[in-house]
Design a protein around this ligand. Structure first.
Ligand SMILES: *[C@@H]1O[C@H](CO)[C@@H](O)[C@H](O)[C@H]1NC(C)=O
Ligand SMILES: *[C@@H]1O[C@H](CO)[C@@H](O)[C@H](O)[C@H]1NC(C)=O
Ligand SMILES: *[C@@H]1O[C@H](CO)[C@@H](O)[C@H](O)[C@H]1NC(C)=O
Ligand SMILES: *[C@@H]1O[C@H](CO)[C@@H](O)[C@H](O)[C@H]1NC(C)=O
Ligand SMILES: *[C@@H]1O[C@H](CO)[C@@H](O)[C@H](O)[C@H]1NC(C)=O
Ligand SMILES: *[C@@H]1O[C@H](CO)[C@@H](O)[C@H](O)[C@H]1NC(C)=O
Ligand SMILES: *[C@@H]1O[C@H](CO)[C@@H](O)[C@H](O)[C@H]1NC(C)=O
Ligand SMILES: *[C@@H]1O[C@H](CO)[C@@H](O)[C@H](O)[C@H]1NC(C)=O
Ligand SMILES: *[C@@H]1O[C@H](CO)[C@@H](O)[C@H](O)[C@H]1NC(C)=O
Length: 833
């Protein structure tokens, strides 16, 4: 039965209507449907009838969600011809059309325009579609889904029906009170390969991913939502379905030209906004102009970046974060010169297809060649589709409106001049584009072991040809350092022009101070020996680093460390008090720091509680300052090469002090990086270029700093805490969360509730920048100090290096290395306690 507003009216209807509605959801021929009558679909999902939107007094005929209290109209029949007086009725006329009829004035207000001649019925389906179909034949003569209003519903198609020529599009309401045809239209754009666009008036405000992909997501792995962009002989259209039809989902275009993705939330009883173009500046057409990509969610950073080989057209506007002018080709670069290449911009919304062409049947190599051969081809993208096979999209001209997607998107290959490529080439590019994350874990380990063994082999051979003068110099220095009798004798050491005072302790003093190196005095064990607590006769507490005989730290290295540290004075560096050498025995005497090393706090269930966020932040800043001093502020440029939590000591006030410079190298003047055949360091903290090629630089220290920073924030060790899930290490985990904008989840759970989330996120951001795979992408440590102390925008991090994922492989690697030679390779594996 039709539900009626007034009993009286229903009585009149009963008397007047020649035939009653046969069911709740259908209007039959010869029935009259009046204001107050309602059709309800079978499952009671949708309702159809007369209504007045908002504060309007005018009457409209349309469809709304039946059970949703907040009346939501998904379709309006007479949107541009409202009813001013309620003397109208809907009926199916002789030729089978549904007609809204003004009875008093005998005029049609609205009608369907089906060309059928059948005796049709009008039925409201559970999809929200009102269909006019043959009573017997069931042939659909007309349906409301073909003439949408402002809502895009599941199972509705938007775009071109190639058989009937019908072009279906969505148009906004004028206002919430007026469903009249508004200014903003979401429709298929066929000026190039198919894409959907929103025009607000004559302004293009939004563009979707072009075919062969759909927007906003190709497939939802939950199976709840599936969207498709068809381009075949019947259709060029877009549609979506819900795996669970009880979920009410819709897209809506509003008058401002924004698109909203909404789902009904039964709990809060309101429409939940899944996503809206309003929330995402990158979705505004041309937000970053041409030849730039827009990366949403870059937080403090400017979301626009020029494509490789391009630079801001207006550097001033760009600096002021107005990207609309876009980018231009770098000066002195050009198209179509020898040696140009394509640079991949991955996971993007492909540029505006206005200047593109689609070619079928070309695979990615053929597509690349096609683009390369034509000088006006600026980019290509090759896609394989199950429906149409290989599709090659070629752009001839401006690359406009490129957006970075985090979870989907296609790869765009942009033509870049060789002059630009040369400048951008870094170590890895020159080595033949070795991209570590692409290699499997096993391969990396095998590669590393192989390279190490080759290096060791070469090194052994070279031993024979070593410069004898070097030996001589070492022994001269050692002779000068030999421990005298007595306590704290000061020796003068002459090295170059520098004058150094180095206190030297005799062995007996040290033995007594440390209780004969008793195990109760032992503070810790490092890769190169043990550290003992001691007390000098004058009461001063000391820490003695006793180098193990098989440590691999020879006299040269030892001297090196001592000479360096004694020169360095910084509040974030451990102070060296003196040394002791006795026959094989080599020792360093440091100031004693009662709080031991940072790792004993970070990874200890109770001590970690002493490190609140403020403290952790200060420790991060302190370590960065200490490293900056080593890298550039001290007279010598020092690369630490083994920065890690256990090499950062904390003093009584938890002020961090970097220790263990045994691996540091002295550099004079300009030299800022080097190559070593000896790879020393700690697994988990080593940058890829250092671990694999022995190439170290201040940037490899920055990498270690980044790992340490992330460990301080998360309270997790980079590798050891991920033994359960070897596919992930801390860096990988942080990166995954970062991409999902959930980076704060990495924060040590014991930290207080009300964290300054901006500051924490900024720190995580800096950490990710430090562990970038390519050294060139990492900041310098002074950049880091600056970033930590300011609020300037940070560049978005790229995917960091997930280097050496499984500790089990590294175990093998270390064993293998030891078999080659113990004293040549020294790698410390930090183990969980
Ligand atoms: C109702 O009034 C508006 C203007 O007042 C007019 O545009 C519209 O055509 C009228 N509707 C009908 C059905 O007469
Ligand atoms: C509505 O109908 C009444 C008479 O039936 C008429 O006086 C009035 O002008 C009409 N209003 C509109 C907006 O058409
Ligand atoms: C039925 O309505 C349609 C649409 O208004 C109209 O073209 C057609 O002439 C009408 N048929 C009859 C028999 O009234
Ligand atoms: C029906 O009307 C729509 C506009 O309301 C028009 O686009 C379409 O071509 C018409 N169809 C027929 C069969 O006349
Ligand atoms: C509808 O039927 C009438 C007569 O029954 C016929 O004259 C007319 O051509 C038919 N129109 C269509 C579109 O079939
Ligand atoms: C409608 O009801 C049928 C069973 O009667 C069910 O299979 C279907 O999923 C329901 N559809 C919706 C949209 O609730
Ligand atoms: C950005 O700059 C362009 C011209 O370069 C200007 O037209 C536009 O209004 C600016 N946008 C904003 C938001 O300032
Ligand atoms: C461009 O080339 C000219 C000469 O060919 C040179 O002087 C200039 O420095 C170059 N500019 C850049 C940015 O490379
Ligand atoms: C390059 O492609 C454009 C666009 O298809 C075409 O107009 C032009 O003739 C082509 N040029 C050459 C040299 O093939």
């Amino acid at each position: 039965m039709v539900s009626l507003d007034f009993p009286l009216r229903s009585l009149i209807l009963l008397l007047l209507s020649p035939q009653l509605f046969s069911s709740l959801d259908t209007i039959n021929p010869n029935q009259v449907f009046r204001d107050g009558d309602i059709l309800i679909s079978k499952n009671k999902t949708f309702a159809f009838g007369f209504f007045s939107p908002g504060s309007s007094l005018r009457r409209y005929v349309g469809i709304w969600y039946n059970k949703i209290p907040e009346k939501t109209f998904v379709w309006v029949a007479n949107r541009d011809n409202p009813i001013n007086n309620s003397s109208e009725a809907l009926l199916i006329n002789q030729s089978g059309n549904l007609v809204l009829y003004d009875e008093s004035r005998k005029v049609e207000i609205w009608s369907t325009n089906a060309s059928s001649n059948n005796s049709n019925i009008a039925q409201l389906l559970d999809s929200g579609n009102l269909v006019l179909m043959g009573q017997i034949s069931q042939v659909v003569a007309w349906q409301s889904f073909d003439f949408p209003t402002d809502n895009f519903l599941p199972n509705m198609r938007i775009g071109l029906d190639l058989k009937t020529g019908l072009n279906r599009f969505i148009t906004s309401w004028r206002s919430s009170d007026d469903p009249g045809t508004g200014k903003s239209v979401y429709r298929l754009d066929l000026s190039g390969p198919p894409q959907f666009v929103i025009y607000r008036g004559s302004t293009l405000v939004l563009r979707t991913m072009p075919w062969p992909w759909v927007w906003p997501s190709a497939d939802d792995s939950s199976g709840m939502y599936k969207a498709t962009f068809d381009n075949n002989k019947n259709e060029i259209s877009q549609w979506f379905v819900m795996g669970d039809p009880s979920i009410k989902m819709r897209f809506q275009v509003d008058e401002m030209g924004s698109l909203k993705w909404l789902a009904w939330d039964d709990q809060s009883r309101q429409w939940k906004m899944f996503w809206s173009t309003l929330m995402d500046p990158c979705q505004h057409y041309g937000h970053c102009g041409s030849y730039a990509r827009c990366t949403p969610g870059s937080r403090n950073a400017f979301e626009c970046t020029c494509l490789t080989g391009y630079e801001p057209k207006s550097p001033r506007n760009w600096y002021l974060r107005n990207g609309s002018d876009g980018c231009v080709r770098k000066r002195n670069s050009s198209m179509c010169r020898k040696g140009e290449r394509f640079v991949k911009e991955s996971q993007v919304k492909l540029p505006d297809t206005l200047v593109a062409q689609a070619m079928m049947g070309l695979n990615s190599e053929q597509c690349e060649q096609k683009c390369m051969r034509n000088c006006s081809c600026s980019a290509y993208s090759a896609v394989y589709t199950s429906e149409r096979g290989n599709v090659c999209l070629l752009w001839f001209g401006e690359l406009m409106d490129i957006v970075t997607y985090t979870d989907w998107g296609l790869d765009l290959h942009v033509r870049v001049d060789s002059s630009v490529l040369e400048k951008n080439d870094d170590f890895f590019a020159k080595k033949g584009k070795l991209v570590i994350p692409l290699l499997s874990v096993g391969m990396v380990s095998v590669l590393v072991v192989a390279i190490l063994c080759i290096q060791l082999f070469k090194r052994r051979k070279q031993k024979v040809h070593r410069d004898p003068r070097q030996h001589k110099r070492v022994s001269i220095i050692l002779a000068a350092l030999r421990c005298p009798k007595g306590i704290s004798t000061t020796y003068d050491l002459q090295q170059g022009n520098s004058h150094v005072d180095l206190p030297v302790y005799d062995l007996r003093t040290i033995m007594e101070a440390t209780n004969n190196f008793s195990s109760t005095n032992k503070l810790g064990q490092g890769g190169f020996g043990s550290v003992y607590k001691g007390q000098l006769p004058n009461g001063q507490e000391i820490a003695v680093k006793r180098l193990s005989k098989d440590s691999g730290q020879g006299p040269m290295q030892f001297t090196n460390e001592m000479m360096l540290i004694v020169r360095l004075q910084h509040k974030n560096l451990v102070k060296l008090l003196g040394c002791c050498i006795h026959k094989e025995e080599k020792m360093l005497v440091y100031e004693y720091l009662p709080n031991k090393s940072l790792d004993t706090f970070l990874f200890d269930q109770s001590r970690k509680l002493e490190l609140d966020w403020r403290r952790r932040f200060e420790i991060i800043v302190g370590i960065a300052r200490g490293m900056m001093y080593l890298h550039q502020d001290s007279r010598l440029k020092i690369i630490h090469r083994d920065l890690k939590a256990s090499n950062v000591l904390l003093d009584a006030t938890l002020n961090p002090k970097i220790s263990d410079f045994g691996l540091a190298k002295i550099f004079d003047g300009e030299q800022s990086h080097g190559n070593t055949r000896r790879v020393v360091g700690t697994y988990g903290y080593m940058s890829p270029e250092y671990a694999i090629f022995g190439k170290f630089s201040t940037k490899s220290d920055v990498f270690s700093f980044g790992v340490l920073l992330l460990e301080i924030i998360s309270g997790k060790r980079n590798n050891v805490d991920y033994l359960e899930d070897p596919s992930l290490n801390l860096i990988g985990h942080v990166w995954d969360l970062w991409k999902e904008e959930k980076a704060l989840e990495i924060v040590e759970p014991s930290l207080e509730e009300s964290l300054p989330s901006n500051e924490v996120l900024r720190c995580i951001h800096i950490g990710l920048l430090c562990v970038q795979e390519k050294a060139i992408d990492r900041p310098t440590i002074s950049d880091v100090v600056f970033m930590l102390g300011s609020n300037t925008s940070l560049p978005p991090p790229k995917q960091p290096a997930f280097f050496l994922r499984t500790p089990s492989n590294v175990d093998r690697w270390i064993v293998g290395a030891k078999q080659c030679s113990v004293d040549e390779v020294s790698i410390t594996l930090v183990r969980a306690r």
